[in-house]
Design a protein around this ligand. Structure first.
Ligand SMILES: Nc1ncnc2c1ncn2[C@@H]1O[C@H](COP(=O)(O)OP(=O)(O)OP(=O)(O)O)[C@@H](O)[C@H]1O
Ligand SMILES: [Mg+2]
Length: 257
């Protein structure tokens, strides 16, 4: 069984989508079979892989509404072995339309289970909220990675997020756990960033990735070219950091708390 990883943080702009695109791409370039699921109506991960919104047929919305299978929605990417299930703004409607439906929290898991074994890694990007789309990501996953921006308010909301992960584990998904906390947009020259890192390490002593993602302008430019950063500028610090993160994820020694 492969690893199914939900990228979650209800705080916006912390690097969830940047991580979905570039960690996915890095794993693909290391020869892994990877599926990235865009479970956010903003569709930033979809854009990040250069998929035109107007070209999308079946999307994650149709999958959650049981109007299409996940296989129907899959798109190949520039990286061999890496596939994407794209999102469009329609997905915002799913959050509302699913409210009255039975099994609303398990739709994504249900859609993923017939094809999950084809992939060594499934990464699920989620929106900046703790609503039904994020719950679906957590129910479908075996583990959660929390990207955290190294800034003053970084820890705010993390105890609420941890509680939601625990509730989902208890009610619906026993294997679920927070396997990693990823510091993004890190600038080791500022004292604040270093302090935030220390504080996170106290809060998540087992889960901190050794790799931090530096603030790097190439990471923010790459999506407008529809490319993961390692295809856009492989030598950039951003590309190297995501490659290092992928290698760290592959390490069998990585502790899974
Ligand atoms: N390491 C980085 N260095 C520089 N810019 C970054 C980095 N990581 C992300 N960004 C930029 O910061 C912004 C927010 O990142 P991203 O979209 O990945 O966050 P998010 O958590 O997915 O946001 P949302 O919650 O809205 O979905 C984007 O413009 C992105 O290009
Ligand atoms: Mg995002």
């Amino acid at each position: 069984m492969g690893r199914i990883i939900a990228l979650v943080n209800q705080k916006g702009g912390v690097g969830k989508s940047t991580t979905a695109v570039n960690l996915g791409a890095a794993l693909g370039m290391l020869g892994k079979k990877v599926l990235v699921i865009d479970d956010d109506p903003q569709g930033n991960t979809t854009t990040g892989f250069g998929i035109e919104k107007s070209s999308i047929g079946a999307s994650v919305y149709d999958v959650l509404m049981r109007q299409a299978s996940l296989s129907d929605a899959l798109r190949a990417t520039e990286i061999e072995g890496l596939f994407l299930a794209p999102a469009t703004i329609d997905l915002a409607g799913a959050e509302i339309e699913l409210v009255s439906e039975l099994s609303r929290e398990t739709r994504l898991r249900e859609a993923l289970s017939p094809i999950a074994e084809r992939y060594e890694y499934v990464l699920i990007d989620s929106p900046p909220s703790l609503g039904l789309l994020t719950i679906n990501a957590l129910v479908a996953a075996t583990e959660a990675i929390i990207p955290v921006q190294a800034e003053f308010y970084a820890l705010e909301g993390l105890s609420q997020l941890t509680r939601v992960v625990n509730r989902v584990r208890e009610a619906l998904n026993p294997p679920l756990h927070v396997s990693g906390v990823l510091v993004t947009m890190y600038d080791g020259r500022t004292r604040l960033a270093v302090e935030v890192l220390d504080e996170l390490a106290r809060y998540f002593p087992e889960q901190m990735f050794k790799t931090q993602i530096p603030r790097n302008v190439r990471l923010s430019e790459a999506p407008s070219f529809g490319k993961p950063v390692m295809l856009f500028d492989p030598k950039s610090r951003g590309a190297q950091a995501y490659m290092a993160l992928a290698r760290e994820l592959l390490e069998p020694a990585k502790v899974h708390a």
